[in-house]
Design a binder for this molecule. Structure first.
Ligand SMILES: [Mg+2]
Length: 228
């Protein structure tokens, strides 16, 4: 089996700036609710947020924009809301260059817990969807709200890779770092703001991540030819 290694990327706050998703949930939906009920935006925001909280982020509905449109009986289509604000979707500055580089040597995938509707709009608007061989949404594809061990196990099975041949990077310390690492995946914690104490597998951006992978590769080759 001579398969290329797989690199799995988290989406929000890893490849794409999270402004867009926050905007849709915290401004777009309240704005429609305010219009429908002829109330002020702050009033609508507090009602909408209280409803989000009541459902909570451990329920699948929390992530499901179609559910919220129906629940609040909002006018129009949720697809239009996602499209309307797509100008707020931005990849982080180093993302394209790093994808071009890594796609030459690895198979790249996206593994997000956002719903597929969001993932697709974000990748398209950020103009990076062409670099990925497959895109996974924990909520839409597996009915899981968090990237639990089973999520990564499913992905290894579907992509037919041993965890040792998978690399994952993302900005959530538990679900992008500790969980994949516990399965034997080579995990990197992306710490863009330097909030947590650095450990040897924390990187501050994806350029540094790509650099570390190259160094590992070089050391491995050196060891193979007996130079280390
Ligand atoms: Mg993230």
């Amino acid at each position: 089996m001579n398969k290329r290694k797989l690199i799995s990327f988290d989406l929000d706050s890893t490849l794409v700036d999270p402004t867009y998703t926050s905007f849709v949930w915290e401004f777009g939906i309240p704005q429609l609710y305010a219009k429908k009920h002829s109330i002020s935006l702050p009033e609508a925001t507090s009602i909408v947020k209280a409803e989000y909280e009541r459902i909570g982020d451990s329920a699948l509905e929390w992530y499901d924009i179609a559910y919220w449109f129906e629940y609040f009986e909002l006018p129009g289509k949720w697809e239009n809301l996602l499209e309307e604000h797509r100008d707020k979707i931005r990849p982080f500055p180093e993302v394209k260059e790093v994808m071009v580089d890594l796609a030459q040597h690895y198979d790249l995938i996206v593994t997000s817990n956002a719903a597929r509707e969001f993932v697709e709009v974000e990748l398209k608007a950020a103009e990076i969807e062409g670099y990925f061989v497959r895109v996974f949404s924990a909520t839409s594809d597996f009915g899981q709200v968090k990237k639990a061990p089973q999520f990564y196990q499913h992905i290894c099975e579907i992509m037919r890779r041993n965890p040792a041949h998978v690399i994952h990077v993302g900005d959530h310390y538990e679900f992008d770092y500790l969980v994949p690492k516990s399965l034997g995946i080579e995990a990197y914690y992306l710490d863009r703001d330097g909030k947590r104490p650095q450990d040897s597998f924390a990187v501050t951006d994806l350029r540094e991540f790509a650099g570390l992978l190259k160094n590992h590769q070089k050391r491995w080759v050196k060891r193979l030819i007996g130079n280390d």
